[in-house]
Design a protein around this ligand. Structure first.
Ligand SMILES: [Zn+2]
Length: 494
């Protein structure tokens, strides 16, 4: 986690100072005169005009010490958007380049930017402050590690409520980073058991959390046959991970369910090359749920929340489940396997059905469920589906505030009817017409939601990005999508 220091007067031991600047050049009365002069020079003599995302550097010597200045253009206040400010913060991080990251300062002044604007800017910087160097060695590993800001000094008068909000941001972004790290782990390193161990170690650190992990024998006893069917091709046993925040509370809990397919080959409906390589990320829903539960625990959230992760690989073997198999689900409905690559909805179905015992007030599931959702909405938006319009609105509001984007897609009786089986109750693929695959996936899940308030969030698109689409994500890789959305949804909107 990035450590924050606060210096009210002077510049502390800062070697690099980031200063947000508006086009009018006002940088507040607190800025030391020598720095004001450099800023005035830059605005008058150079091309720098403080447009959004424009950065310029300069140097100043104060009391015999040379300080590098990074002036960050924020653009016109009238054009500010939340994501624009996050992007400015993220680009500031990138703009710092290879400077020594040990003594970086940020000039905090509410006369330049409001507290809210500065929090958004810093959120972008915190989120972008991430590199996955685990699988590099030697100099390159050191270079990547050197890019991380471990400490940031806020120079200026930071009010107590802003300090508190910064702490909250630190916790949230730290857990976005955790979700990225988990999602980025190769399948050989993160098997269902490892995911369960990660959850256990989080619970150990937080006294307000409890955990129950169901192993294969427990799942057999429970009759979680869809999860077990998907697992049959794998040499590693499945897990059902159940993390509970504030377990002693008697109230109906919020339940979060995250798809935890630690590798998806597609099964006998095998994925082609080019489609399989990133399938260790098919547990991004699980990573988001685990990250959100950890965040809620660390923030001391007082309500009862349960996170459920069905975890397994989907592989092929002599005993793997096959298209045309008919399996009796945990809920009792029979399911014909139309396609073994539609395994996410199978493990989620049993998890949603398992969740019923807690009499939840609401169930939210997050899953990298369908390529169809990505075709419809691209890589930045998750699709949301629910029978409850007010729940859709709550999720949209949480998305607007958190910056994890969503867009509603249809879920109606006609889609649900499409998922009925010919000789079984349901078919996991539905008709072969391939139309509206994101909606039919959601429609299949609806049979297992027990008629409760429930929403499905398809995160196939935003769980990872192949190039820079959102400035605060690593340019290529895992995004940790869903942690910010779930935390905002659970703490403020539900
Ligand atoms: Zn699949």
């Amino acid at each position: 986690m990035i450590t924050l220091n606060f210096v009210k007067a002077g510049l502390g031991d800062v070697d690099v100072l980031v200063v947000p600047v508006l086009p009018d050049g006002k940088a507040g009365v607190q800025l030391p005169a020598a720095i004001s002069e450099r800023l005035a020079f830059q605005l008058k003599q150079s091309d720098f005009s403080a447009k959004a995302d424009e950065l310029t550097t300069d140097f100043v010597t104060i009391d015999g010490r040379t300080i590098k200045l990074v002036f960050v253009g924020c653009g016109e206040k009238s054009e500010f958007t939340d994501d624009g400010l996050r992007a400015t913060g993220a680009r500031t991080y990138v703009g710092l380049g290879t400077v020594d990251k040990k003594s970086i300062g940020y000039f905090y002044d509410e006369k330049i930017l409001s507290a809210n604007s500065q929090l958004l800017l810093l959120e972008g910087l915190f989120l972008r402050n991430y590199f996955d160097s685990r699988y590099k060695t030697g100099d390159e590993a050191k270079k990547l590690q050197g890019k991380i800001i471990a400490q940031l000094t806020l120079v200026g008068n930071v009010p107590a409520d802003v300090k508190k909000e910064l702490q909250r941001l630190q916790v949230i972004t730290d857990n976005v980073h955790l979700a990225r790290t988990l999602t980025g782990m190769p399948a050989g390193e993160l098997k269902p058991e490892d995911l369960a161990n990660t959850a256990k170690s989080i619970v150990k650190e937080n006294s307000n959390l409890e955990i129950k992990v169901l192993h294969k024998a427990d799942l057999e006893k429970e009759g979680m046959n869809l999860l077990l069917a998907v697992n049959r091709g794998s040499a590693y046993e499945p897990r059902l991970i159940v993390m509970t925040l504030n377990a002693a509370k008697k109230e109906p809990p919020v339940v979060l369910v995250g798809k935890g397919i630690t590798f998806d080959s597609g099964g006998y409906n095998l994925k082609p090359s080019g489609g399989m390589e990133v399938m260790h990320t098919d547990m991004a829903g699980a990573a988001a749920v685990i990250g959100a539960i950890k965040t809620l625990a660390e923030l001391g959230f007082k309500r009862k929340v349960i996170g459920i992760v069905p975890a397994t690989e989907n592989l092929v073997s002599g005993d793997a489940y096959k298209p045309s198999d008919i399996i009796t689900s945990h809920a009792g409905l029979t399911v014909e396997i139309g396609n073994t690559d539609a395994e996410g909805r199978l493990v989620l179905a049993d998890a949603l059905s398992y969740a019923q015992r807690f009499s939840p007030s609401v169930i939210i599931d997050l899953a990298t469920l369908t390529g169809a959702c990505m075709v419809a909405l691209g890589e930045r938006y998750a699709g949301i589906f629910s029978d409850q319009k007010d729940l859709i609105k709550q999720i949209q509001k949480a998305a607007d505030i958190s910056g994890d984007k969503v867009w509603p897609l249809p879920l109606d009786q006609a889609f649900k009817d499409k998922m009925k089986g010919k000789i079984s109750d349901l078919n996991n693929l539905g008709p072969l017409d391939r139309l509206a695959g994101a909606s039919t996936g959601a429609a299949f899940l609806s049979y297992f939601a027990g008629g409760r308030r429930w929403a499905h969030i398809d995160i196939a698109g935003p769980s990872h990005q192949s190039k820079e689409l959102e400035a605060w994500n690593p340019p290529s890789g895992m995004t940790g999508y869903g942690v910010r959305l779930l935390v905002e949804l659970v703490t403020e909107q539900l």
